[in-house]
Every structure is written in C-alpha cells, then in structure tokens.
Design a binder for this molecule. Structure first.
Ligand SMILES: [Zn+2]
Length: 449
C-alpha cells in the first residue's frame, strides 16, 4: 500500500476514519476498504517506473541501463543510486536506512545536530516518504514531507547542511454537488464528481436521523455545499460540508455547519436544533444486527424462551465498543450471563449496558465520566454467548426499551446568545442549498421521459 502514492493515501485515511468512527458507515465500510484496494492496485499499475530494492524505492538514474543477467552475477558492489525515494515501513529508522544505502553516518549525525531538524526527521511514520540524493554515499540533499503544507528541505552547503521548512498552504474552494441515489450513496456521490470521503462526511452529518445502512433507497436524493482543498492548482481532497440536504423516503433533512465560540464545528437544522442526539443508535464498529429486541426469543444457549431485552451486534473480537451517550460508569465487571459488562448511567434516568466484552478499556472504573463515542471496551464472547458480539441494552427508569426504536433525547440546540449570528450565517447557506437542490431537481425533470 505504501507504494501506491497519494491517491491510496487519501483513501487509506478515509478507511482509517471509517475504522475510527464505525457507527457512521455500517455497510459502506466494505465499499471504502474495497475502494482502497482497487485504487491501490490501479495506482500501482500506473505509477512511475520504480524498482523496489528491499524497502527502498529507487528511481533509476538516467545513465542506468538494463542489466543483463551475466552482469548481475558479476561481483561489482558499486552503489548505482543517485536519487532515491524511500517509503518508510514499520520499525524503520533513519540509521538503518542510511546503513542499508551505504550513506555516510557522519552526514546523518550532522543533520541531526541542526536545530529543529532532528525532531522532524526522527519521527518516522509508516508510509512517510523521504527523497534524497547522494554521490558515493555522501548526502547531497534530503527532502521530507512533514504535512500537507510543509516540506523539510536539507541541502549540502559549503559549510555543513542548510535546512529549510517550505510552507505551501492549501487553498479552500467552495463548491456544490447533488444527486439522486440509484444504487448506493458512494456510487452516486462518485458519479456526481465527489469523493468517497465526501460521501462519508455526508452520512456522518445525518447519521442520527437516517439509517444509511438499511434505510437509504433508490430515489433518495441529496444536495451539498462543501469545501475542496487545492494546492498549486491540484485538487487535494474534499473538505468540510457547509450545508447539506438529504431526502430519505420523501422526508427532507437539512443541516448547516456553524462554528461555535470554542472553534468546534456543529451541525444544526435550519431552526437551530443540533442534528446530534444524546445517544448513538449503534455503539459498535461495523456491527451487524444479529439478534434484535424480542420479548419472546428462544435463547440460543439456554434453549428456553427468554426475552431478548437488547440488541446483539455481531463483530470481530476486539472491535471497539463506544459509549452510546455521555454518562458515568456505574458498573464494570463480570455480570452473570453478560460476562464482562459495563453499565453507564446517563441523564434522564437512562442506563445503557454493554455485555460479553473481551476486555474493558484500560483504566476504566466505576464512577468515571465517559463522553458519547468514547471507547469503553472491546467485543468478545464472555458469559453466555455463542459467538463474538456486543449485547446492548437501553433502559429508561429501569425499563428495557428497544435501542433501535426508542426516541432518542436531542442534543442541545443553538444557545440563545448565538441565535442571531446563527440566523444570519445559516440564511446564506440555506439559500445556496435551495439553489443547488432546485437545480438538481430541474435536471432530474429534464432527464425523465
Ligand atoms: Zn444479546
């Protein structure tokens, strides 16, 4: 994957995001991951001609020629490398790379003595790329991308090395997109010119109201005003969504982005309600509902009719389990057939229970405050379980409710002192959304026979 360059890098981060915030995606996740594999294969297929030598990708120098087999056998251990692109793998160190390439270790020591260089050089992450040029082991230059917008450039000067950090800021452009779902949200966003990341962000905005795994259907449509990041005239990635509309089964949902005084971004409905809810419907990554809420279920282990007062989410052992809502840990330990279990107490006399965990998150104890989405433990099959899954219960005043159906308490709406500012800013965004949405519907009407 490291060879695949920028395209797959961007997608990998989407996949990583999907893994980190699984409740957003459900079924999409497999598309994203498949997309990464495909993008990786494609970009490898079309990448620059590079020769892979161990862990080092080497750009053949102009004077290199195709080496015949007989010549390869000849014992001539001359380093032919002039310039090299090194893709960092797990556990790589600069020291090992310099040794492997027979570069001067004295040069490396000198580099490390430069102010600020050591820190940005030594922190290697798998996938990082370092470009260097050298002559017979003597380093001439080294370039390393530090971030999207900063590059470290070191060149040999008459006296020692010269180091500079070159800043290259991203430009933000606002744009819009709309579409009508035919097969999947991903396919529709892609065919309208948006990235997988944009589809993920869109689903994230509406995840509390719309079940993107089970309830999005052909004919649903969306309109979105969003930011794109560009650099030197090249598209880098899709950025934040400014305003969005999603029509699901004929019902219209709208959200606008608003920057709170602390700098965080929140999405609100046009009338100022937060789109968030106080609880997540799905507290586990990629959880497939394997057993629903059923008050007369035959228990798979006990073989007797016993109510199933929660929802089971099948997921691999070790999948992170998130706190469905902000609250306090009121139980953490072994609880009969639930095995390793955590109970959280929330406001409004709501409690949530998470069972069959393989383990708890390190340091979690009774009395701890946890935030919505915070990982509290990991999927397992402790207690009475036939396979790895999370057993999740939601109680109000001690009474079990169906977590899939129970009306979830809303998060806070826009604070009164921000209301006027919100009205002004959201009006402009909503007007744009009207235009985008109207244009897309005109297109649909024209396309229809
Ligand atoms: Zn269960």
């Amino acid at each position: 994957m490291e060879h695949a360059g920028q395209a797959s890098g961007a997608l990998s981060s989407v996949a990583a995001e999907a893994v980190a915030n699984p409740s957003r995606f459900g079924v999409f996740a497999s598309f994203v991951v498949a997309g990464v594999a495909i993008a990786s294969a494609i970009s490898q297929g079309f990448s620059q001609p590079t020769i892979e030598v161990g862990e080092i990708l080497v750009q053949p120098a102009a004077e290199m020629h195709v080496v015949a087999a007989a010549e390869v056998a000849a014992p001539e251990p001359v380093s032919p490398f002039e310039s090299a692109e090194i893709v960092i793998r797990r556990n790589d160190t600069l020291d090992a790379i310099f040794r492997q390439m027979e570069l001067s270790l004295a040069d490396l020591a000198e580099l490390r003595r430069l102010p600020d260089v050591r820190k940005s050089l030594d922190r290697l992450r798998p996938g990082d790329m370092i470009m260097l040029t050298h002559l017979n082991g003597e380093l001439k230059s080294l370039t390393r991308t530090l971030s999207d917008t900063a590059t470290l450039s070191v060149t040999r000067a008459p006296e020692g090395f010269d180091a500079n950090v070159i800043e290259n800021p991203l430009e933000i452009q606002e744009t819009s997109l709309s579409g009508t779902i035919d097969s999947s949200l991903f396919a529709t966003v892609n065919s309208a010119g948006g990235s997988d990341a944009l589809a993920v962000t869109l689903a994230d905005v509406f995840k509390y109201d719309i079940d993107f795994v089970n309830e999005v259907q052909p004919g649903d449509r969306f309109a979105v005003a969003y930011e794109q990041q560009w650099q030197d005239g090249d598209f880098v990635r899709d950025g934040e969504i400014l305003a969005a509309e999603f029509v699901n089964k004929g019902k219209t949902f709208r959200a606008v982005r608003y920057i709170m005084p602390d700098g965080s971004a929140e999405y609100f409905t046009p009338d100022g309600q937060s789109v968030r809810k106080a609880f997540l419907r799905f507290p586990v990554a990629f959880g497939r509902v394997s057993s629903g809420f059923n008050l007369a279920r035959r228990h798979p282990v006990l073989k007797t009719v016993r109510a199933h007062k929660g929802i089971d989410f099948a997921a691999p052992v070790g999948t992170p389990i998130k706190a469905a809502g902000t609250g306090r840990v009121s139980f953490r330990g072994v609880k009969g057939g639930y095995g390793n279990a955590v109970i959280l107490t929330h406001s409004g006399s709501v409690t949530t229970l998470y069972g069959h965990m393989s383990r708890f998150v390190r340091g979690l104890k009774v009395g701890d405050k946890v935030k919505q989405g915070e990982v509290i433990g990991y999927v397992g099959m402790t207690g009475l379980a036939t396979g790895p899954h999370l057993h999740y219960e939601y109680r109000v005043g001690g009474v079990h409710r169906n977590p899939a159906k129970v009306p979830l308490p809303k998060a806070e709406s826009i604070p009164a002192d921000l209301r006027a500012d919100f009205e002004i800013k959201s009006a402009a965004l909503l007007a744009r959304l009207d235009t985008i949405s109207a244009a897309s519907q005109t297109r649909v009407a024209l396309a229809s026979p």
